[in-house]
Design a protein around this ligand. Sequence first.
Ligand code: IFM
Length: 486
Amino acid sequence: MTVVPAQTTSGLIAAPRAATPGTAFPAGFAWGAATAAYQIEGGVAEGGRTPSIWDVFSHTPGKVVNGDTGDIAVDHFHRFRDDVRMMADLGLTSYRFSLSWPRIQPTGRGPAVERGLDFYRALTDELLSHGITPVATLYHWDLPQHLEDLGGWTVRDTSYRFADYAALAAEALGDRIGTWTTLNEPWCSAFLGYASGVHAPGRTSPADALKAAHHLNLGHGLAVGVLRSALPASAQIAVSLNLHQIRPLTGDASDAEAARRIDAVGNRVFTDPILRGSYPADLLADTAHLVDWDALIRPEDLAEISRPIDLLGINYYTPTVVSSSENAEPAPRSEVHGASEHSPWPGADDVVFHLAPGEVTAMGWPIDATGLTDLLLDVHRAHPGLPMLVTENGAAFDDAVGPDGTVDDADRVAYLHDHIGAVARAIEAGADVRGYYLWSLMDNFEWAYGYEKRFGAVHVDYETLARTPKASARWYSEVIRRGGLA
Ligand code: IFM
């Protein structure tokens, strides 16, 4: 059997081919790492960029640990050539990054700013010249503040503004980027941003969160439509969802009911309209007292939202264990969804969250790789034939720089080993998984946790901004070189 090098070609994620010998992973499997614009770029006032909701939120006292902001982040805006060289040295075959909406279209309407587009042209040219397939996410949470001032995702117009921005990006970059994802983790945008308020814009209204969820869905669908028109027919279009792998605490019917409600407002609020063309009846019933869905959803919306996609991006970190309010002691809320008195679960805010047993990461998130296999197989069974990418997976640990300057992050190596193994098991059981993107390429601004939590395979010294690959980066390079686990 001929083994095709583990390298994507033509800027696209490859369809499955024969497995690389000794591994479950198909040749052409995308081995990547992921980042997001606000978390790494810095350069927030350069080239005409204006503030996003995260600039405003992070500059609001008390919102982010230590008052950290993304003003400089890890200065990728100026260091991207070195960063791409580092990716090439690591052997990455693909890189997932996000485009900054306020860098491309500062007020969220009107023409694109060429200086913003030039940055992404240069970045993607650099990637392509090193044989690294770019995967661009249009929206990783940095809504132009100007649009938030007009109502943000709670108003329908923002969906149309998003589609216009998608068209500008696709027209300018479609010759270089073959694989696009519309939204990253719309659950976080809607429910952490508008219900619990631990993310920008920091609002705490359950009704606003549900409206935001619908307008994010609509924005996704409208963007798929314009991307299809603007991009070559070969383009691959996806959305990245942080689907919750939900486990009831006990076999009680009341815990099964808790799991159903969290599945409705945590998963099916996105997967059903996007992949089935309807909202789940149980979600609409659970939240009918909060929002007038009939007024919110216009007759044409579901056809837009359910435009076919080519790949589903799945982000997984930890399982979600739930019970009814009658069962057992809850985990402290801060360890599950950040410190807020406001629930991010409209219509299910009496459900109790628990920590799965075992070791936890520096985020306090239990480590359980079986959740990733289960999640991929659940999606495979629910939506047969839908190709998937693991668009994020990784862990924060309190990495220490040794006296010799190296970072021996054995706990991250173990985490990645188990989770890449979990992907292999899903593939062996029939799931069509075409790529794995480690979160994150390098340490960066971890939203409300600022720079305190390190997810990177590459260490960043925040004084000097020097990058040093950790042991996990070197280990991942070997995985890529072999095309799978040993
Ligand atoms: O850093 C985030 C990323 O931006 C979205 N997914 C989860 C990561 C870790 O919290």
